[in-house]
Design a protein around this ligand. Structure first.
Ligand code: FAD
Length: 315
């Protein structure tokens, strides 16, 4: 690990026993695509207060860092990540009061949806099967089957790396779009989120969840390593997967990466893929789709090496 990172992390550790520290962690284990070299340092705060104190230290420092959830929308670099990855898995509190469900940033979306179902609360079940966390879902404005995670948002508690402030943002002060929104655009870090849900019969909610999961299993390569739908829809009613299939790309391979034959919108790791394989395959798909259909596909999955540092700028 780089000397500067070691110094920064060591100074932090002196007074933060709530932090688990791992060095040289294979990124393939932290991301669902399963590619990439090592992360120099992985810090896992065990609660929200610890996460805020960690961000207070990292944001003004020169140490590159990024907050990540379940790594289900990330393609990790073969060269590794030279800074600190902050994992939100420990920010895992969840509560229900009346019709409102509050979840920490690291709560897996599926766990939040199941908790809502047990409490007889509907509104998120179409999102079952999205393997990300609450924080990652709000960053991406994840969505499926006609619903998005932001639709039921009551408020999000966020950290602003540029100022070190923690604020509560309601939907009126946030903009969400197709797989994006203010959280992503303004570089906020989600600490927790509250959702306004609707009373409903738990059995009916569970039935809808099962229906969605059955469709997912029937139509998507759910058992294989991937980052979900690799490309964004180029237009609202035009799924990228349909264009990719039309361009004859299903089954196309590059090293260990392949375009799924079950759902051409997915690039899967067949066992030993590298980031380079994934990038090359995505480029080939892009070229073929452009040639055949005229549409230019942009990735929905994020290349970790192309993302900015999580710090923003302090004024
Ligand atoms: C099999 C499969 C199916 C999928 N199906 C869908 C689908 O139907 N719909 C859909 O929208 N997506 C889908 N995805 C993609 C992915 O699950 C979502 O984008 C999810 O929201 C990513 O959450 P994550 O916690 O894994 O985020 P990560 O992959 O860990 O991170 C993604 C981005 O979010 C940022 N981030 C993470 N946590 C925070 C936080 N607390 N605050 C601020 N930024 C944060 C990261 O820095 C990174 O830029 C699928 C993926 C897979 C593998």
């Amino acid at each position: 690990m780089d000397r500067e990172i070691t110094a920064a992390v060591s100074s932090f550790l002196l007074d933060e026993p709530c932090l688990s520290v791992r060095k040289n962690v294979p990124l393939s284990r932290l991301t669902s695509m399963g590619v990439g070299g090592d992360a120099a340092c992985v810090l896992s705060p065990r609660d929200g207060g610890c996460l805020i104190r960690l961000l207070d230290r990292l944001s003004p420092s020169d140490v590159p860092f990024r907050v990540i959830g379940n790594g289900t929308n990330l393609i990790a670099p073969d060269a590794g990540y030279p800074g600190v990855l902050v994992l939100t898995a420990g920010i895992d509190r969840i509560s229900v009061t009346g019709n409102v469900l509050v979840a920490g940033a690291g709560v897996p979306l599926g766990r939040a949806i199941r908790r809502a179902m047990e409490a007889g609360l509907s509104g998120l079940e179409e999102l079952i099967g999205i393997p990300g966390t609450v924080g990652g879902a709000l960053y991406m404005n994840a969505g499926a089957y006609g619903r998005t995670v932001s639709e039921r948002l009551r408020y999000a508690t966020v950290y602003h790396p540029a100022s070190g402030e923690v604020t509560v943002r309601t939907p009126g002060s946030l903009v969400f779009g197709y797989r994006t929104g203010s959280i992503r655009e303004e570089g906020m870090i989600v600490l927790s989120a509250a959702f306004d849900l609707l009373p409903s019969d738990p059995a009916a909610i569970a039935a809808r969840m099962n229906e969605i999961l059955e469709v997912r299993n029937a139509t998507q390569p759910t058992g294989l390593k991937s980052a979900g739908s690799f490309f964004r829809r180029p237009a609202p009613d035009i799924p990228a997967g349909k264009l990719i299939a039309e361009a004859g790309c299903a089954g196309l391979t590059e090293g260990g990466a392949a375009v799924s034959t079950k759902h051409a919108g997915f690039i899967v790791n067949t066992g030993n893929a590298t980031e380079r394989d994934v990038r090359r395959l995505a480029e080939r798909v892009r070229d073929k789709v452009k040639q055949k259909t005229g549409f230019i596909l942009e990735p929905e999955a994020e290349y970790l090496s192309d993302l900015s540092d999580g710090s923003g700028k302090r004024t």
